[in-house]
Design a binder for this molecule. Sequence first.
Ligand code: NAD
Length: 489
Amino acid sequence: MTSAESRTVEALTGSDWDYSPAPERTRPDIASEYGLFIDGEFKEPQSGKTFATTNPATGERLARISEAGEADVDAAMAAARAAGPKWARLKGRERGKYLFRLARRIQECARELAVLETMDGGKPIKESRDVDLPLAAQHFFYHGGWADKLQWAFAGRNVRPRGVCGQIIPWNFPLLMAAWKLAPALACGNTVVLKPAETTSLSALHLARLLQEIDLPPGVVNIVTGAGDTGRLVASHQAVRKVAFTGSTEVGRLIMQELAPREIPLTLELGGKSANIVFADAAIDQAVEGVVGGIWFNQGHVCCAGSRLLVEESILEPFVAALRDRMAQLRVGDPLDKNTDVGAINSREQLDRIRSLVAAGQEEGAILHDAQTDSLPEKGHWFPPCFFTGVQPSHIVAREEIFGPVLAVMTFRTPEEAIRRANTTPYGLAAGVWTDKGSKIFEIARRMEAGVVWCNTYNQFDAGSPFGGVKESGFGREGGLHGLRGYVR
Ligand code: NAD
C-alpha cells in the first residue's frame, strides 16, 4: 500500500483500525544444549564452557551453546585440513550435488529455520521467511551451479582451492551470512571452519544438522561457536589459508592487523552509513517506501541500511510528512506475528548503543521524530523506528553507524551537493538514487563511492550479483563470479 493509500485507509477507518494478531504456529525443534560441529559430529567443548542464547523479544533462554577454546578451534582446523585433499579432488559436479542437496533441504525446512532465526535474532518472521531463507537456499543453488564450471569462470586458468577457510559472521543475517560464506568456499573445493555470532548461533547449528543429513563428508564444514575470542582464534590460526569476515569495521581492522605479516587473502564486509538520495522528480510514494524499507525493516540491523536520507530541499516538507505517516503505521512488536514490520533489537548491548547515539543526536540539536508506540512488549529489547531532521553532516547521527531503526534526514539543492554529501563518510557500502531521469541515475551512480548503488529501489539482493564495499566498508566481493575469486588460487 502506498503512503497516500494508507492515509486514505486511516481517514476512512479511524486511528483505532488494526490488524488481528497472526502468530506463527510452527515451532522448531530446539535442543537444550548444542555442542561444536567438528568432523561431522556435535562434540562437547574441550574448554568445558557454555553460554546461553536468548530470545531478544522475550528474554526467554532458548538453549546453551558451547564456547570453543583453543583446543576446540585446533580440532576444527585439523578436521578441515584432513578433509581438504579429498574434497578438493572430488569432481566439481559431485561437489555441486552436495550444494544442490543442501539447498533443497533448506527449502524443505524453510519454515522451521525461519522461525528459529526469528526466535534467536528478533527479526520479524516475514523477513526471515521471505528474505533470509529464500536467499540462503538461492546461494547454495547458485554456487552448486559453478562447482563444475570453474574452468569457464576463470577462462584459461587452472584454478585450485586455497585450503582451509576461516569464516566469521555477524548476527543480523545469521543463516544468510553462513550461506554467503560457505557456498562459494565449498563450490571451489575448500574446507571451512565457520564461527557464527554469539547471539545468533542456532541457525548455523541447525544447518550443521542438515549437513549431516546430506552426508557431507566429515570435516568439510566445521562450526565453532563462541564470542570474539573464538573468532580471533579462527582468524589467526596457522592452518587457515583464507579468511572471510563480516562484521564491524573495528573488528575487521583487528583481523587485518593480525594477518598483516602473513600472506593470507582476506575478505572484509564491514559497516556502512549508506545514503538514499531522493530528487524532487522521483516517484515520491515509491521513494518513501524504499526509504522506509531501507532503514526501518529488520530494525535497521542491515549493514547497507539507508541510514542517511538526502532529500531535495524543495520536497522536504511533503516527504517528511509522508515519512511520518508511514512510520506511524509500522507495526512494532512480536517478531513471530506475521504482520509485524519491526521486531526486537538483537541484544541489550545493541539497544544501549542505539539509545546512547540517539541521545547524542538530541544533545547536538537534531530534532527527533519517533513512532510514539505506547504498546511495546514489557519484556525484551525494543526501539521504535524514528528519524531526525535538522541534521548537520557533522552530527553524530549523520556520521556513526547506529545499526538500529534511526534515520538521519538532510537536504541538498543541487546534484553536486547530493554527491558530495553522500560521499562524505569514511564508509562506502551502498547508496540509493531516486529520480525519474535516467541520465541523472547514471551520472550519480558513477560518482557514488559505494560498492553497491540501487536506483529507484533499495536492498535488492541476488546470489549472482556481487556485494561488498569500498573505503572503510571493506574489500572483496561476495556473490556472483567476483565472489568466487577469493576462494581459488
Ligand atoms: P562484530 O564485529 O562485533 O562481530 C562480528 C563477528 O566477529 C562475530 O561473530 C563476533 O563474535 C566476531 N568477533 C568479535 N571480535 C572478534 C575478534 N577480535 N576477532 C575475530 N572475530 C571477532 O559485529 P556485529 O556487531 O556482530 O555485527 C554488526 C556489524 O556488522 C555492523 O557494523 C554491520 O554493518 C556489519 N555487517 C556488515 C555486512 C556487510 O556485508 N558489509 C553484513 C552484515 C553486518
